[in-house]
Design a protein around this ligand. Structure first.
Ligand code: NAD
Length: 353
C-alpha cells in the first residue's frame, strides 16, 4: 500500500523531504501547502497539488501524513490542526518552543488517534553512530566525558533562524540534535544541566552555546555549537577508562585509541619532556596504544520514513518517541534557565527525568 504524504512549508527542508520520500518504495508526496505564493507555484510546477490555504490542504483526503517543515514558531498550531483533521503528523525539529506546547501537540495526537513523531534525523548520522556503537561495545571502557561539537565559520545566522520570535538561535536549531543524540545514547538519569549562551556576531539570538549535562553516575556530556569559529575543534572527543575516541568531521572514520595492556602509571623520576618538566603529561611508561579507524556503521536516514510507515500501517514502535523529544525539550528549557540565572538546573531534584 502506498502511504501518501503532504508537506506544510515547501522551503529548504520541505523540498528535502520530497526528494527523499519520492526515492522510497511505498511512499509518495501528493500535496504541499505554503503561505508563500511562489512556493505554491513551485509545488505546482513539480506536479503536486499545491495549496495556499491550510484548510484546503487539510481537507484533501489524499493526504494521510503531514510533514511540518515551517519555521519553528508555527509547528504547534500546524501540528494540532493536522492531527485534529485526522492526519498523522511528522514535525520538524525543534518540535516546538516549549515543553508545554509539545504537551498540547501530544495530547491532540492521542485524542485523534494519529501517529505523531519528530524528524530527529541526526540519530542516523555516521559520526554519531560510530560513537554510539563504540560505547555500546565498551571499546573505551566506562566513558567519563563525551564532547560533541559543531563549529562553523559563517558567523551571521540568516533568515528566520536569526529571529527570536520564530524560535531561532543555535540551541534550538542545532542543540536539539546534539542533545537528542546524547540522550538516545545514554540512558542513565540526568543529574543537572548547565549552559552558557552568547550572541557573538548576531544581534538577537544565540550563535554560540555550550551546554553540559551531568548524569547521576558522574558521566559528563558537553555539547557546543558556534557559528563564528575559524579553527574548529573535533566533532567528537570521548574519554573512557580504557581509551579515547576522536572524530574530526561528520564524514571521517575517526580514530579509536585504546591501551593494549593496562597502564603502568609513571612513578619514575620527574623528566624533561616536550611538555616541560612533568611526570603526568610526559611519555607514557611501558604502555602500548593501538589506533584504529571506527567501523562504518552503515546507517540509512530513510529508515526514519520506513519506521513512520510501519508505525502507521502495522502499529510498529516509533524510533523517535514523543516522550524522548519531551526530555530533550526539558533539557533545552533548563539550558535557557541556566543561562539566565548562571546556575545549574538540578534535574533529579525537580523530577525532570
Ligand atoms: P525555509 O525558510 O527554507 O522554509 C520554510 C517554508 O515555510 C517557507 O517556504 C515559508 O514560506 C513556509 N512557511 C512559513 N510560515 C508558514 C506557515 N505558517 N504555514 C505554511 N508555510 C509556512 O526553512 P527550512 O530551513 O526549510 O526549515 C524548516 C524547518 O525544518 C525548521 O523547523 C527547521 O528547524 C527544520 N530543519 C530541519 C533540518 C533537519 O536536518 N532535520 C534541517 C533544516 C531545517
Amino acid at each position: 500500500m502506498t502511504l501518501r504524504f503532504g508537506i506544510i512549508g515547501y522551503g529548504g527542508m520541505g523540498g528535502w523531504h520530497k526528494r527523499h520520500i519520492e526515492a522510497l518504495e511505498g511512499m509518495e508526496v501528493v500535496a504541499i501547502h505554503d503561505i508563500d505564493p511562489a512556493r505554491v507555484e513551485a509545488g505546482k510546477a513539480e506536479g503536486l497539488k499545491s495549496y495556499l490555504h491550510l484548510q484546503d490542504f487539510l481537507s484533501d483526503p489524499d493526504v494521510q501524513v503531514v510533514i511540518i517543515a515551517t519555521p519553528n514558531d508555527v509547528h504547534m498550531e500546524l501540528a494540532i490542526a493536522s492531527a485534529a483533521s485526522g492526519k498523522h503528523v511528522v514535525c520538524e525539529k525543534p518540535v516546538a518552543l516549549s515543553s508545554a506546547q509539545l504537551d498540547e501537540m501530544i495530547a491532540t495526537a492521542q485524542r485523534h488517534n494519529v501517529v505523531f513523531t519528530v524528524h530527529q534525523n541526526r540519530r542516523w548520522d555516521k559520526d554519531f553512530r560510530r560513537v554510539m556503537n563504540a560505547l555500546r561495545a565498551r571499546l573505551i571502557g566506562e566513558p567519563y566525558i563525551i564532547e560533541s561539537r559543531v563549529h562553523g565559520p559563517n558567523g551571521a545566522i540568516h533568515g528566520w533562524r536569526g529571529k527570536k520570535i520564530h524560535g531561532g538561535g543555535m540551541l534550538l536549531d542545532w542543540g536539539v540534535h546534539l542533545i537528542d543524540q546524547i540522550l538516545w545514547m545514554i540512558k542513565t538519569p540526568l543529574k543537572s544541566v548547565f549552559c552558557r549562551m552568547r550572541s557573538v556576531v548576531n544581534q538577537e539570538v544565540d550563535d554560540y552555546f555550550r551546554l553540559e549535562m551531568e548524569f547521576v553516575d558522574g558521566l559528563i556530556a558537553h555539547v557546543e555549537v558556534g557559528t563564528m569559529c575559524l579553527e574548529p575543534l573535533p566533532r567528537w572527543h570521548v574519554g573512557g577508562t580504557l581509551g579515547t575516541i576522536r572524530i574530526e568531521t561528520f564524514t571521517d572514520e575517526g580514530c579509536l585509541t585504546v591501551l593494549r595492556r593496562a597502564a603502568q602509571y609513571n612513578s619514575g623520576p620527574l623528566v624533561d619532556t616536550g611538555a616541560g618538566p612533568t611526570r603526568t603529561f610526559g611519555k607514557v611508561n611501558g604502555v602500548e596504544v593501538c589506533r584504529s579507524p571506527l567501523e562504518d556503521p552503515k546507517t540509512d536516514s530513510n529508515d526514519f520514513y520506513r519506521n513512520v510507515k510501519a508505525a502507521i500501517e502495522d502499529g510498529a514502535e516509533l524510533i523517535v518517541k514523543p516522550e524522548e523529544v519531551r526530555k530533550v525539550m526539558k533539557v533545552m528549557e533548563a539550558g535557557f534557565e541556566s543561562n539566565r540565572t548562571g546556575m545549574p538546573v538540578l534535574f533529579s531534584e525537580r523530577n525532570l527525568n
